[in-house]
Design a protein around this ligand. Structure first.
Ligand code: FES
Ligand code: FES
Length: 175
């Protein structure tokens, strides 16, 4: 059997030291080693966004990256954004706008959406649109493009978009 490698991560504000096989994905480290099962495994191949978490302020597909590559990183999962007694604004907006049906894609959608608004605030170009000047930054169209890596098999896209646009609007966007 393969020897483990120590990795220390700050997950939702808690310092966690794990001993992991070097091949363990960040997704499996979160779900199987830290029992943070809010982050979902959809495709396990970077195609669906269900596994989206926020690492050092940027969203990533946690199925596509090895945990040992993130020594010292700050990781935020859906469990760290809010909880039933104190929802994050994005979680509350998803509830208000029925931004989910089965809910499987929802943690990834919400982590992605929180990051999208931060990316826009920080002026980070969309990997999809490329051109930051092509349209209003907080427009529904821009947000939809930036959310295009998060697949919803239930087709809740219009409700998801409404939720994100509302939060964007509360940040001063035209929407
Ligand atoms: Fe990671 Fe689908 S589970 S992108
Ligand atoms: Fe079911 Fe999105 S709510 S996959």
């Amino acid at each position: 059997s393969q020897a483990g490698m120590p990795v220390t991560l700050t997950v939702n504000g808690r310092l966690e030291t794990l001993t992991l096989d070097t091949r363990t994905t960040l997704l499996d480290a979160l779900r199987e080693h830290l029992h943070l099962t809010g982050t979902k495994k959809g495709c396990d191949h970077g195609q669906c966004g269900a596994c989206t978490v926020i690492v050092d302020g940027r969203r990533i597909n946690s199925c596509l990256t090895l945990a040992v590559m993130h020594e010292g990183a700050q990781v935020t999962t859906i469990e760290g954004l809010g909880h039933p007694q104190q929802l994050h604004a994005m979680q509350a907006a998803f509830v208000k706008h029925d931004g989910y049906q089965c809910g499987y894609c929802t943690p990834g959608q919400i982590c992605s959406a929180v990051s999208v608004l931060k990316e826009i605030e920080a002026g980070i170009p969309s990997h999809v649109s490329g051109d930051l000047t092509a349209r209003p930054l907080l427009s529904a169209e821009e947000i939809r493009e930036r959310m295009s890596g998060n697949i919803c098999r239930c087709g809740a896209y219009s409700n998801i978009l409404e939720a994100i646009v509302e939060v964007a609007g509360s940040k001063g966007g035209a929407a």
